[in-house]
Design a protein around this ligand. Structure first.
Ligand code: GTP
Ligand code: MG
Length: 136
């Protein structure tokens, strides 16, 4: 099975949506939460995590927003969990995301789109090392 790195972003935590988002993930058959921590992310961590976006116009405000309060950092394990959490999240732009998805149900602003989930096996491996360097 697979592991993926998931963040409930500061907007989700501020709005009291931790339980709602965690419930959607936990409800999926066979998936398990392998690690979970409330953590305020720092600039160095975010620069590594969002390295593909450094220099883009939305990068600086994104990193500022991501430091604006604690996030929930999770490792979720299970069958096809990388593709699966992306599907639960919905597309990046919450207005384009269908109702039923996390972003479609709760989001309006592209930057404040509630959740991050690794987008490939390569990204998952890279991101797990950034957030949980000592994880099995
Ligand atoms: P993540 O799971 O957070 O990585 O989202 P994603 O994979 O759906 O999007 P992507 O990696 O392309 O962008 C990372 C994050 O930057 C997004 O989740 C948004 O919060 C933000 N972002 C991406 N594109 C834009 C944009 O065009 N404008 C703004 N304001 N923010 C953006
Ligand atoms: Mg991404």
């Amino acid at each position: 099975s697979q592991r993926t790195l998931v963040l409930f972003k500061p907007d989700a935590v501020r709005r009291g949506l931790i339980g709602e988002l965690l419930g959607r993930i936990e409800s999926k058959a066979g998936w398990t939460v392998a690690a979970l921590e409330l953590r305020t992310l720092g600039e160095e961590t975010l620069e590594q995590h969002y390295s593909e976006h450094v220099g883009k116009p939305f990068y600086e405000p994104l990193v500022e927003f991501m430091q604006s309060g604690p996030s929930v950092v999770l490792v979720v394990e299970g069958e096809r969990v990388i593709e699966g959490v992306r599907a639960l999240a919905g597309p990046t732009d919450p207005i384009a995301a269908a109702p039923g998805s996390i972003r479609g149900d709760f989001g309006t602003i592209v930057r404040e789109n509630l959740i991050h989930a690794s987008d490939s096996e390569e990204s998952a491996e890279r991101e797990l090392k950034i957030f949980f360097p000592n994880f099995g």
